[in-house]
Each structure stands twice: as structure tokens, then as C-alpha cells.
Design a protein around this ligand. Structure first.
Ligand SMILES: NC(=O)c1ccc[n+]([C@@H]2O[C@H](COP(=O)([O-])OP(=O)(O)OC[C@H]3O[C@@H](n4cnc5c(N)ncnc54)[C@H](OP(=O)(O)O)[C@@H]3O)[C@@H](O)[C@H]2O)c1
Length: 268
């Protein structure tokens, strides 16, 4: 099945960056890949250029800056240098650059604002097409104002707790990004014990033929509501299974009930 839309982002966080995988993703119609300057032990960008440079024009490439070999930093000058380095290592300007987990270094607007402004400047200077913020834990950021990002990326899916879901939704309201991306729909692994304990098929309408992985993946698009989801796999059959999940419909009544359960558990 080809997904010629942009509903799936192939995330490279845990990936070996093989050319075969990117060829298969391209054949499946997947149009977005997501990496970061620190993925693959800080060698993701140059590895992508070396192994799949001529495939990269098939994709919209997003990356992230903020984690350096010496640690995390939101220093505007360092962020700018990191974007310039990404352009050199990838061999072309990325389509999107995220500020990577800013909550690591700040919960104050005096630091976050200039860091975001530095990324907005790189987009204005043509070093990337657009910029955004990717946050694993948005809770420390909910009261902070920043320049309006093009994209906000947040955790998505059935393993995200009520507090993180609410914080992500609060940020969407406050920052008004043009797009919201979800990430890590399986919380990093489908082998976790939790996935054996229930059947996510209940979240879909008419789910007889759906696999558990497909149901969990499809549900992640509404927990919270996102435009696309960054998911990781190094397995072409798994990627195809994910692409096929998009044909299924989520039962929003079940999602609402689930949100209420999460909320009551949080309050208990
Ligand atoms: N703070 C941030 O900015 C941040 C943090 C985390 C993630 N992300 C983004 O989100 C992307 C995805 O996150 P993630 O890789 O941590 O977690 P994930 O997508 O929740 O889980 C990836 C795992 O799911 C397995 N999987 C995928 N499809 C499967 C299938 N059909 N059947 C069985 N197993 C399947 C993969 O194993 P196989 O390889 O065996 O298929 C892989 O180990 C990252 O690459 C990155 O782009 C961003």
C-alpha cells in the first residue's frame, strides 16, 4: 500500500539508517523522515548523506538540535552553529529543525524565547525551511511564551499519561503551531509488557482484521490529536503494517471514555 500523504514520519532515533529501509519507505510513499543531530551517536546526518544521499530529495527531512556531545544547551549561538553544521553534514538544508527537548535545560521564558528565536532566524536565513519545538515532557513549558513555531512535536499514543496529554494540548492552544506532530506511539518499544496486557483494537471501529500494533499506532493520532506521527522501525514489513493501519477509523467515543479513565486515575 502507498501512503502518498504525509501522515507517517519515519523516525530514525533507534534506526541503523540502512539504505534498504529508506528505499522501502520511499516505495511505500512515506515522504517524511525525522532525525536529530545526536542520533546514531551524533553521526546521523553524515551517515544519511553517505548511505542515502541521493534518496534524501525523496523525503522531507526534519532534524533537531539541542543535544551536543558535551550535553544539552539552549545557547542561541550554539544552536545556530548546530543548524549550520546539519546543513553541511546532510549535504542540503533540512526542511524542518526542531529545538530538541528544551525542558532539559529550562523552564523559564528568558531562556526558551531566545533559543526559539535563534531557530526562527535560521529559517529566515534559509538554513532550513521551517522550525519547531519537540518536547518529550511539555509540562514545564506550559506557561511560557515563544515565537510561534511552525511545528510542535509531542508524545502521542496510549502510553501517554493524562498530565502530559493535557500539557501538550495546552501548548498547542498557547503557541498555535501550524502543525502538531506526535512521536513515539509505542513509547519506544512494542516488546514492553504492557502491550501484551490489553487489545488496543477496542479503540477502532470494525477492527476485526487489525493487528494490535496497528490499533495502537492508529489510536496515537488522536491522543492528543496530531497531524502526523513519527514512528520508528528498522523492519520493512513492520513499516508496511503501520502504513496499512491508516485505513482504519478510530472510535472517538472509546477515546473519550479512555481520557476520562486516565483523568480519574490521575485525580485518585
Ligand atoms: N524528544 C524527541 O524529540 C523524541 C523522543 C522520542 C522519539 N522521537 C521521534 O519519534 C520517533 C519514534 O520514536 P521511538 O523509535 O522512540 O519509539 P516508537 O516509534 O514508539 O517505537 C519504536 C519501536 O517500535 C517497534 N515497531 C514499530 N513498528 C512495529 C510493528 N509494525 N511491529 C512490531 N514492532 C514495531 C520498532 O521495532 P522494529 O524496528 O523491530 O520494527 C521499534 O523498536 C523517533 O525516531 C523520533 O523521530 C522524538
Amino acid at each position: 500500500m502507498r501512503t502518498t500523504d504525509e501522515s507517517i514520519v519515519l523516525g530514525l532515533h533507534r534506526s541503523g539508517h540502512s539504505r534498504d529501509l529508506l528505499e522501502a519507505a520511499s516505495d511505500l510513499g512515506i515522504r517524511r523522515i525525522d532525525t536529530a543531530s545526536n542520533y546514531l551517536r551524533h553521526r546521523s546526518h553524515e551517515t544519511l548523506k553517505n548511505t542515502a544521499g541521493n534518496l534524501l530529495p525523496n523525503f522531507s527531512v526534519s532534524t533537531k538540535v539541542g543535544f551536543f556531545p558535551e550535553g544539552h544547551s539552549l545557547d542561541p549561538a550554539r544552536l545556530r552553529i548546530a543548524v549550520e553544521q546539519a546543513v553541511r553534514d546532510l549535504g542540503h538544508e533540512p526542511d524542518l529543525v526542531f529545538l530538541h527537548n528544551p525542558e532539559h535545560s529550562t523552564s523559564d521564558a528568558g531562556t526558551l524565547g531566545p533559543a526559539c528565536a535563534a531557530l526562527a532566524d535560521t529559517a529566515r536565513a534559509g538554513l532550513c525551511r521551517s522550525w519547531g519545538v519537540s518536547t518529550w515532557d511539555p509540562r514545564p513549558l506550559v506557561n511560557l511564551d515563544v515565537p510561534r513555531p511552525d511545528v510542535l512535536m509531542v508524545r502521542a499514543g496510549l502510553l501517554v499519561g493524562a498530565d502530559v496529554l493535557e500539557a501538550a494540548e495546552a501548548l498547542v492552544t498557547r503557541w498555535r503551531p501550524s502543525q502538531v506532530w506526535g512521536m513515539s506511539p509505542f513509547g519506544g518499544s512494542t516488546a514492553q509488557e504492557v502491550w501484551g496486557r490489553f487489545d488496543p483494537g477496542v479503540f477502532l471501529r470494525g477492527s476485526a482484521s487489525v493487528t494490535k500494533v496497528q490499533a495502537a499506532f492508529r489510536s496515537s493520532y488522536v491522543l492528543p490529536r496530531v497531524d502526523t506521527v513519527a514512528v520508528g522501525t528498522d523492519n520493512v514489513a513492520h513499516l508496511r503494517e503501520l502504513a496499512e493501519a491508516l485505513a482504519h477509523e478510530v472510535d472517538m467515543n472509546v477515546v473519550q471514555e479512555y481520557r476520562q479513565l486516565l483523568k480519574s486515575r490521575q485525580l485518585a
